[in-house]
Design a protein around this ligand. Structure first.
Ligand SMILES: [Zn+2]
Length: 182
């Protein structure tokens, strides 16, 4: 069994992140998932990651609502912003972060660039004992802290940022946070 405490995000993450631009229609997203055999697609704007769409999103946000996959765009159904983690973070930290944020995937970002993706399934595959931590944490779910960094659009200036934080329910970039705090 892998020694979990010595493993870092970069040892477990997938480097071949499947991406599509936010103007892609949902049918294209579904085809890409099916052809590449992945459960999620990262959605980009000018090559910056801004959101994610999972198989479950296709079911609950498209099929269940009777939307037309040809006419619905990725950006209309994606989840955003994205939660991120450093490649050097320990696997334990990634697992805790997923549990406290109630997400199954984190985008791995280094120097402002997406270099991979890590899922709770990836972690469980290498370290089944982690199921205990995930179950424990989900029973006692932590409140999302505004300290968690995200990537995506700023709600104020609408620019892409790799350092978004939640302030009073708004996702703000570093500049706008400074502006608002003055
Ligand atoms: Zn801003």
């Amino acid at each position: 069994m892998a020694k979990i405490r010595t493993l870092h995000v970069e040892d477990v993450m997938r480097k071949d992140v499947i991406k599509l631009p936010e103007e892609a229609n949902v049918r294209k997203v579904a085809i890409e998932m099916s052809e590449k055999g992945v459960g999620s697609i990262v959605i980009t704007h000018n090559d910056h990651p801004v959101g994610i769409i999972t198989e479950r999103d296709l079911v609950s946000r498209v099929i269940a609502k009777g939307l037309d996959p040809e006419k619905t765009l990725a950006k209309e159904i994606m989840s955003s912003p994205l939660f991120v983690i450093s490649p050097k973070a320990e696997i334990m930290e990634a697992a805790r972060k997923m549990s406290s944020l109630n997400v199954r995937r984190l985008i791995v970002v280094k120097d402002g660039k997406m270099i991979g993706i890590i899922t709770s399934r990836d972690i469980l595959n290498i370290a089944p004992e982690f199921i205990e931590i995930l179950i424990e944490a989900s029973k006692n779910r932590l409140i999302r802290t505004s300290e968690e960094e995200m990537v995506g659009y700023c709600d104020n200036c609408e620019e892409w940022s790799d350092s978004l934080k939640e302030v009073n329910g708004q996702f703000l970039c570093e500049n706008c946070r400074l502006e608002f705090s003055q």
